[in-house]
Design a protein. Sequence first.
Length: 367
Amino acid sequence: SDPRGALFSLRFFLFVFFLFWSGCRAPSEHATLESILAKGEITVITRNNSHCYYLYRDQAMGFEYDLAKAFSDFLGVDLEVKIAETWEGMIPNLKNGTGAFIAASLTQTPARRRQVAFSDGYMAVRQHIIVHRKNRHIRQVEDLAGKSVHVRRGTSYQERLEALMAEGHDLAVQLHADIPTEELIQQVEDEKIDVTIADSNIAFRNRRYYPKIIVAGAIGPEEYLGWAVHPNSSRLLKKIDAFFEEIKANGTFQRIYNRYYANLDDFDFVDLRTFHRRLKTRLPKYLPLIKEAAQKQAFDWRMIAAQMYQESHFDPMVRSHSGAYCLMQLTRSTAKSLGVESILNSKQNIHAGVQHLRNMYDLFDKI
């Protein structure tokens, strides 16, 4: 047989095979407004963290989730949530058609604009230095000289720090693979690392949970968060911009914002340190009683614990000027009406206090 003919036949076969295979492959499709409305469903790509999306008592919550849900209602379609496995995977997921848009507190940067189309900015943020209170001398960019700054890879923080280094600032960037900003903030509080960077919305919110940190100076100008869509999804992008314009005009955006970011400037270090200390030293003693009483009256035990802290700071011996006693600050008349034999008995006080709350809730239901 002719070897040249056999080689030609093999090449021809491979050509036809790859032509057929490439023609049969399903192309990667981006979501269009028309396809979303026709399907009756839109998929958001986001991340599982405290400011984007999380589950609380089997209920989806989070600032970005609430906005995305309001947008799906605006379109009149159902919302499906797609959690990206990694932070850097969100844009590839968008471009390969996994979701219609990204809602993940994504800062609009030049590098990202080259890959996706952004909506109008819906929140202004600035990148801030986060340090432990022991390092309060680190206040501004110049104070980072010789320091290692820890940030997640692929973030706007990395872009800004590398730009500062290019400008001649003497600092080092330590990149972490897909670690949440909140976790790096906790590592600063625990003194495992010295410095990290966080957007203002994340920084001031987490200061409540990690009161030993200081939100120091900004390292760059004001930037804007935006939702991202495929570059070819122009009609969907216009719809998103119209949505934000409407919810900012009718107050919906402010209500959602207040749910997660209200009163961020209200920060009392001493009060918060006391709160965190008493969560560790006092709450465990009463937690079984709190959970027992809350379950009996169909309340979330966390709400009862929060109410108890406001009433007494978990101090069973406290007495108010108005004559209220113990953990739930019962008055003698209320305690008597609820059959309490000893107002200073922690178990009786807690159960009676939660019963009193249930009675008030039921009264509102009747009204």
